[in-house]
Design a protein around this ligand. Structure first.
Ligand SMILES: Nc1ncnc2c1ncn2[C@@H]1O[C@H](COP(=O)(O)OP(=O)(O)O)[C@@H](O)[C@H]1O
Ligand SMILES: [Mg+2]
Length: 345
């Protein structure tokens, strides 16, 4: 009981002073369109809301194509919402004056899935780190740039730094390249990091060491995280003391503290994702299992199912209810929010 009261109090505190807040954000993209077919719009995100308070980790999980990267880009200000607002310390980022917007863009950094694609192959590691340091006036001389770049390489465990400073991306391993992108994000002392599948393309054997590095940044530098992954095992590992938001076809279907959500998943989709994690090797999902659902087909965003978007795949589907009414995200006693008719019945 005490613990539940504390969780609710924490949830209230988080809601009261969030660093980042998504307020009923909807995003649509134009889709297709040719001489033969009409141009249509796909609703990729549908009224997504969440708040992340200082020092907190929120993990966003869901299958490929559900809207995770779009959410990350909206949080980082690289895309604007079709409807709704994205708030940074309570201010609508798309209503900020240019100076405030610049400060926000500096405070919120994005680490992407593929460091090879995001690092310039023609730039040495030093050039890559120096550019933002100079652009933001953090260093003024070549000596300062060198010394700060070395510190950053040390922070991300690329040591001794002299061995890495003048190398090029192709001379590094995948894990080392991802460490460089993390160092580059750190050049501007960010307050918030969006890590989008930051470990998904990295060899399984070194994934956990990158996760450990990100955890250290959270604890030592007080960075707040939106950690995006399709892999609930990774979410559980990184956000053990944080929260998980489960996304399905552009909607959050369940959000709550990691421990509660893993111990007692309430949404049938969360249950299916959890059952797909191989038990014998919970940290590393080397052997992918298929989701235990009625249908493996993910519906098209252009032709979304009526009622609950998950109903055609749900093992607990109630005919006449789930295919008719859209379930709303509803708060539970333990502070969790769940959008499922089974839970509101
Ligand atoms: N710029 C875009 N234009 C059109 N469709 C897009 C665009 N970006 C993403 N999408 C579509 O939006 C959906 C969600 O994509 P994304 O956010 O990348 O999902 P995830 O990261 O969960 O795999 C996908 O169906 C994708 O094809
Ligand atoms: Mg993605």
């Amino acid at each position: 009981m005490m613990k539940e009261q504390k969780n609710t109090a924490d949830a209230r505190k988080a809601a009261a002073d969030p660093v980042i807040q998504m307020d009923q954000v909807t995003k649509t993209f134009p889709w297709g369109g040719s001489i033969l077919s009409r141009r249509r719009t796909a609703k990729v995100l549908d009224r997504v809301s969440f708040a992340i308070s200082k020092g907190e980790v929120l993990c966003l999980v869901g299958e490929s194509g559900c809207g995770k990267t779009t959410t990350g880009k909206l949080v980082a200000g690289l895309l604007n919402p079709t409807e709704g607002r994205v708030l940074f310390h309570g201010a609508d980022i798309w209503k900020m004056d240019p100076q405030k917007f610049k400060a926000y863009r500096r405070a919120v950094q994005l680490i992407q899935q593929d460091p090879y694609a995001s690092l310039n192959p023609a730039h040495s590691i030093f050039d890559t780190l120096k550019a933002p340091l100079v652009r933001h006036g953090i260093v003024r001389t070549q000596e300062e740039a060198l010394s700060r770049a070395k510190e950053l390489l040390q922070t991300v465990d690329l040591t001794p730094p002299d061995d890495f400073l003048f190398k090029y991306p192709h001379q590094l391993s995948g894990g080392q390249r991802q460490r460089v992108s993390i160092a580059r994000a750190l050049t501007v002392n960010p307050e918030f990091i969006v890590a989008d599948e930051a470990v998904s393309m990295i060899d399984v054997s070194i994934r956990l060491s990158i996760i450990a590095l990100l955890s250290r940044l959270k604890n030592e530098l007080g960075v707040t995280f939106l950690f995006i992954t399709h892999d609930l095992a990774m979410a559980r590992y990184f956000a053990w003391e944080g929260r998980i938001a489960v996304m399905y076809l552009g909607s959050i279907v369940e959000i709550g503290t990691t421990a509660r959500l893993i111990q007692e998943p309430l949404h049938p989709y969360t249950k299916a994702l959890l059952l797909a994690i191989p038990e014998a090797d919970p940290e590393i999902t080397r052997h992918k299992q298929t989701l235990p659902v009625r249908s493996l087909d993910i519906p098209s965003l252009l032709d979304l199912p009526s009622g609950c978007k998950f109903h055609p795949r749900c093992l607990f589907f109630i005919e006449g209810k789930c295919d008719v009414e859209v379930p709303q995200l509803t708060p539970r006693e333990d502070g969790r929010l769940v959008a499922c008719h089974l839970r509101s019945a």
